[in-house]
Each structure stands twice: as C-alpha cells, then as structure tokens.
Design a protein around this ligand. Structure first.
Ligand code: T1G
Length: 693
C-alpha cells in the first residue's frame, strides 16, 4: 500500500508514501480511503492528519496512469476527496515541499490546511493540456478568490504557499516541521465545538465576474490557439460561480474532454519523455558521477562563448582558451554584451552579470586548463583541427577529466582515438545559440565510460538543457533526420511547389519555421558543403539541384542579404523572391518535369514522414535508445510543435499503418528511391503498435 496509517493519542496520521512524489495512483487512493475508514471506525481517534513522505506532499495524479484503466478505477480522486470532506472528524492537511495538481485538490478537500513555509503549490494541469479535474477549479476560487485562482490555474505556475497565509487556503503556516504543527492544530480543532468548515460551502464573490472572465478569455485566446486547455480552464473556473454540484459537473465535463485531446496526450508525453531522456538503458541510475567544479572551453567564438555561458549561469567557473588574444577579447566582450542585454530586459540584475563574468577566466595556454574537470572543444569543424586539439588535451588534462567535443557532424570514435583515454571522451553537441537552445545531444562513443555519460547527463540537467544520448552516426539524431526532411523540401520545389508554399504549409502544421526560412537563417552554404561531401561519399544520396544553383548565385541566406527569399537591409523579414522562383520553375523545365499543384497536406506528409522514417532507422540502429528521446530532440531543438508531442508521437497518433501507406505512395513518385519504409516502422504497423507503446 502506498499510504501508511498510524494513530497516536487520539490523532490518526495518514502518510502518502508513493515515491518519488506521492503521485495519487490507484494504490495510494485506496490507502487514503482505507485510512479514513479506520480513523472513522476508531472511537479513540478525534482528528485526522494527512501528510506526505519524502520530497513532496503530493505531485498530483499519477501522470503515468492516464490512458490506463487504473486512472478512473474507484476510488477515484473525486471519491477520496468527497470521503475526506464528508468526514465528521476534522481532517487536517500537513503540506511540505510540493502540493500540486490533485495533491493540492486533496488538501482543498480537507477541513483545514497547515503548510510549511516555502512549500510550493500549483495547479499545473494546464501544462499537460488538462484542467484541475478533482475540484480544484471549484474550491480554489472559494478560498483565494476568482482572479488569483484563475491566474494560478491558467498559468500553471508554482507559488510559495505562504503567499496565501492570509486567505482561507491555509489555516496556519508552520515555521519549521509541519507534521507536529499539524497534529497540534488537529488536537485543538478536535476539541472545538460545531461543524468543521467545508470549502464547498464558501461562496465566490467578484464585483464584475463576467467582465473579468471575458477579458481573461480574450487574452488567453490570443496566445492559446493550438492549445484548448487554457480556455477550458476559464470555463471551469467560471462555473465556480454556480452552485457547487453544478460547477463540479461542468469541471468534470471539461476535464474529460481535454483528457481525450491529442494536445493533452502530446503534452503528457513530453512531460514524461523529458524525464525519461536522462535514463540510459545500460547505465544504472546509481552510477557514480564525477565532480565537475571547473570547466574549460576551447574556442571563444559563437559556440565557445555560448557554451561557456551555460556553465557561468550555473555558477561553474570557466576558463576559455583561444589561440589569439584578440579572439579572446572578442569572445569575452560578446559574453558580457549578452549578459548586459539580459540585464536591460530585467532578466538579470547587474550583480548577476558581474558574478557570472567574475567566474570567467581566459588564457592562451593549454597549461592553464589542465586542472579542469571537463573540457569542451568548440573549434573549427574539421577532423585535422580536432585531432590536434585532442592530442594536446590528452597531454595536458589531469587524469579523470572529461574530454568533450562539440562536433555536430564528425565521428566521436575517431576523435577519441586521438587520445590515450577514449573512455573519457564524449560528444556534447550544443545548438546555436548555445546559451539559448535547450537541446544538448550527448554523443556516446563506443568506449565512452558509463560514469562519463551519467556525469554529463546530470550536468545537462544542472545547466538546464534537455540532454539526449545519441550514438555515433552522421548527424547523430537531429541533423540526420533533418537531412531527409531537407531533401524532401528540395524535391517538392522540383515538382511544383515554391519555398513560400512549403514554409507556410509546415508552419501551419505548427513548426516554428519552415525549411527554407530556417536554412536562410542558418546559411545555405552549410547544406551546400554537406551535399558536396555526400556527392563523393554517398553518390546515391540525391538532392534537388536548386540549393546548389542558389549558392552558385551567392545567395547564402540572410547573412548574404539574399537566399531562398529576398531580404531588405536591417529587416529579417523573408520576402518571396521572383528571381529564385523563376530559377526553380526553369530548373523543373530543364529536368523535363511538368510542374504540378502540390497540396499543403502532401507537403506536410512528405516533410514529417521523412523525419519519422529516418527516426525509425535511428531507433533500429540503436542511435537513439527510445522513440521519446527522438521526440525530445525535435521538441527542444528543431521547433517541432509542442502540441503534437514530437514526430514519433505524431506518427503514433496518425497510425503507423497509415504512415507506412503514405510512404509507399511517395515511393512511387518523383525521386521515389528516397522512400523505403523503415523495417521497424513496417513491423510496428503490421502489429498495430506505435513507437511509444
Ligand atoms: N505523476 C507521475 N510521475 C511524476 C509526477 C506525476 N504527477 N510528477 C513527477 N513525477 C515523476 C517524474 O516523472 C520523475 O520520474 C520523478 O517524479 C521526479 O520528477 C486530477 C489530473 C512535482 C515539481 O503536473 O512538476 O493532478 O524520472 O524530475 O524536479 O486535477 O515533478 O524519477 O522516474 O520533475 O523534484 C498534475 C508534475 C498532475 C506535477 C517535482 N501534477 N510534476 O519536481 O522532480 S495531473 C503535475 C512536477 C493532476 C488532477 C490532475 C515535478 C515536481 P523519474 P522531477 P522535481
């Protein structure tokens, strides 16, 4: 049972005990009801305290249970809360650390609430595409008011409990251990005469509820087009103005509606996927990690500077090494400029800026970095340069230092072979701008030590990155899939589409930026270099020639003032280019292709399923250990729409049978050789399964 029962000297204590965060899964719900029954049957028990073991009072309903029969199996959370609220003996919630979602709703069903100072409370269901479904939208407005409740519920933000010390949400704020304080409080109220308060009997007062709710709706409508939950939250909170039972019914209807939406499935998947990413199948969770107290970064350019900032932000000292002092000065100046601009926006104080800059050291000599615990090289992307750096590092770095490469395309096993310590070598692929982008691909070499992986994954969390382990292959996970996506984007131009149509179609699907606007921003010469390399190494890898024609015309993108689109000086807006579109149409003619009208649906299908099919190959080859890791790569590093949960989850929701059918149709079309259904995709489709099952 994941809820314990004790009673002592007239006070029963029910302790939620379902690590890691006392999720209110079925067994915990059973434990609470059984505890309540024992307490009510025991005449010596005068009052009941509910508390949580470990690091939380409760993190809410068990997200892992959603979509399984247990989620709705009685006693439901609603039943548990009704049992508590109807108790003739007073029930006191003793809250510490975290009371979120269903956990806070459980406390709201109690007659009294005692909280420890600093405990974080929240109704974050909206972040999962849901609304509080166990009375939170009805009880919270009754204790803290309509506006404060609506803000908490639609933002999902965690708030220190003492902020509500003067409201009916809390009856007492304990300055130290909350359980003894709650037991003492329970003993006092047990002795008090009369009915114990029930939140449901309070009334919601607001001088202009309709006006306020209308304003809230229009504000939220502007920012939540692709997410149905926020507006449903407003509807549920609005129902708190009705009689309680009616309001509870409205809340239930809204919750059940949202539970079945693809957006909620996507957001719940992303929540669990984000936490699963740090679990590496063959690396035990208790693998000892190395202490990372000092970091060295080789290279003070855009990447080196951005990488350094991640560690400075986390309070870890960095020594940045360059070959020339003017490059170092430029690098330091850029870092300071970035911090100053954050300070101007109020994101940092001036003290924060100075504190971080004071953690930064620079040097021109490798001799100064030998005592760093981790060194990350961000030098020119050429194997010869990497070799020189790693041979040098092998000679100067202390034993036990981790030697990391920020390479985005080169073979980490080859890089490791330049050292006498391949077990200490790992890839840490940051994405530009490295101090902003959340994704960090941790590239595992054949000989990379398990403790090195465990250390880097733990460090990734500390520097607030989404760290995902990738095996060694060309492009790791993200870029390898992106190459297939880009190939299809080019082929669509050959066949009849234009850049602005392709971009608009995929941006309507939800991508932050379409392929042509994106490559114009990154630089068309990057793809050009890859295609030239492919032409030598893998001539069977064909591409549309339009990208080469563009580069031959010097149209490298925004940085050249012209790319797939035209750009005006000082204006980042992409204007469709008549010159480029004529070039595309002329190229189709040269190929003898009769251009055809291509639907937006086909554009989306070809681009997204190109990602999915390559993702299936990546899974098969073990480059990614789970489909949810691939989803995290695309959600956190490539602008895949959050409300769709990542390419692999999107394919699951589309149905892998249908995905396979679509790919087979593409294989019969132009450049069909690019389309072979990945064996794993076909296998799962045949079995009626999904990647994330
Ligand atoms: N259900 C299941 N597992 C959960 C969980 C939950 N609610 N919350 C956390 N975990 C797991 C998480 O996957 C990870 O697992 C471990 O706990 C530590 O999490 C009816 C319907 C509570 C602030 O949205 O915000 O109630 O990787 O790394 O940084 O109205 O977890 O160790 O295997 O995040 O200390 C609403 C979500 C649910 C809260 C702790 N509740 N959780 O943060 O640890 S819906 C939430 C959090 C609901 C009702 C509705 C945070 C935390 P593993 P962690 P942390």
């Amino acid at each position: 049972m994941t809820a314990q029962y004790q009673s002592h000297d007239g006070i029963a204590v029910i302790t939620l005990d379902n690590p890691p965060v006392n999720g209110l899964g079925h067994s915990t719900r059973v434990g609470i009801v059984e505890g309540m029954t024992r307490a009510l049957d025991d005449a010596t028990v005068k009052a009941i305290v509910i508390t949580g073991a470990g690091k939380a009072f409760s993190g809410g309903a068990d997200i892992r249970e959603f979509g399984t029969p247990k989620a709705m199996q009685e006693p439901s959370l609603q039943t548990v809360i009704d049992t508590i609220e109807a108790s003739p003996k007073p029930v006191v919630a003793a809250i510490h650390a975290v009371a979120m979602g269903g956990g806070l709703e459980l406390a709201l069903g109690c007659h009294y609430r005692v909280t420890a100072k600093g405990a974080q409370i929240a109704l974050p269901e909206v972040n999962l595409g849901l609304l509080p479904g166990a009375g939170g939208t009805q009880r919270l407005p009754r204790v803290i008011g309509l506006e404060a409740a609506l803000n908490m519920i639609t933002s999902g933000n965690a708030i220190p409990s003492e902020k509500f010390a003067d409201t009916k949400l809390f009856d007492h704020v304990a300055s130290d251990d909350v359980l003894p304080a709650a037991v003492k409080f329970a003993r006092n109220v047990a002795a008090a005469p009369g009915q114990h308060p029930q939140v449901r009997n309070l009334k919601v007062q607001h001088k202009n509820a309709e006006g306020y709710l209308g304003f809230a709706r229009s504000t939220l409508a502007a920012t939540s087009q692709r997410f149905p939950a926020p507006l449903k939250c407003v509807d549920a909170v609005a129902a708190s103005l009705k009689p309680f039972e009616q309001g509870m019914k409205d809340e239930r209807d809204g919750f059940l509606y949202l539970l079945s939406t693809p957006e909620s499935r996507a957001l719940r998947h992303a929540f669990l996927a984000g936490r699963a990413a740090s679990k590496i199948p063959d690396v035990p969770g208790d693998t000892p990690t190395r202490k990372i107290a000092k970091v060295a970064v080789i290279g003070a350019g855009t990447m080196g500077g951005g990488i350094s900032m991640n560690f400075l932000n986390a309070g870890i000292p960095v020594t940045m090494l360059e070959m020339k002092s003017d490059a170092l000065e430029r690098g330091v100046a850029t870092i300071r400029r970035n911090y100053e601009s954050s300070a101007k926006k109020g994101k940092l104080t001036q003290d924060d800026v100075e504190q971080r800059m004071n953690l930064l050291r620079t040097t021109l000599s490798y001799d100064d970095i030998g005592d760093a615990d981790l060194v990350i090289e961000a030098v020119f992307e050429e194997m010869g340069v990497k070799e020189a750096v790693f041979r040098k590092l092998d000679g100067v770095m202390k034993q036990g230092a981790i030697l990391a490469s920020n390479t985005s395309t080169l073979d980490v096993n080859t890089i490791a072979s330049f050292t006498t310590r391949p077990q200490d070598v790992v890839g840490m692929h940051f994405f530009s701008p490295a101090n902003v982008m959340k994704l960090l691909e941790v590239v595992r070499g054949e000989k990379t030590g398990k403790d090195v992986l465990a250390t880097v994954m733990q460090l990734g969390k500390k520097i607030k990155k989404v760290a995902v382990v990738a095996g060694v292959c060309d492009g790791f996970i993200g870029n390898r899939m992106l190459e297939q996506y880009s190939r299809q984007a080019g082929f669509l131009l050959d066949e009849g589409a234009l850049p602005e149509q392709v971009d608009r179609a995929i941006e309507t699907f939800g991508f932050a930026m379409g392929p042509f606007r994106m490559i114009d921003m990154a630089g068309n010469d990057i793809g050009w270099a890859i295609r030239k390399r492919r032409a030598i190494e893998q001539p069977e890898f064909t591409y549309s020639k339009t990208g080469d024609l563009l580069c031959e015309a010097g149209r490298f993108g925004q940085k050249a003032g012209a790319g797939w689109y035209d750009y005006e000086p000082g204006d980042r807006k992409a204007y469709p280019s008549p010159q480029v579109n004529e070039m595309i149409v002329r190229h189709s003619k040269d190929l003898g292709i009769a251009r055809r009208k291509i639907s937006d649906a086909e554009i989306v299908e070809r681009l997204v399923f190109a990602l999915v099919n390559e993702g299936a190959l990546i899974l098969e080859e073990g480059i990614a250990s789970k489909a949810s890791d691939i989803d995290m790569v695309y959600l956190s590093g490539y602008g895949f729409p959050q409300f769709r949960g990542g390419p692999m989850l999107y394919a699951d929701q589309f149905g892998l049978y249908n995905v396979a059918q679509a790919i087979q149709r593409c294989a019969k079309g132009y450049r069909g050789e690019a389309w072979q259904v990945a064996p794993l995709l076909q296998k799962l489709a045949d079995e009626g399964k999904g990647f994330n099952d």
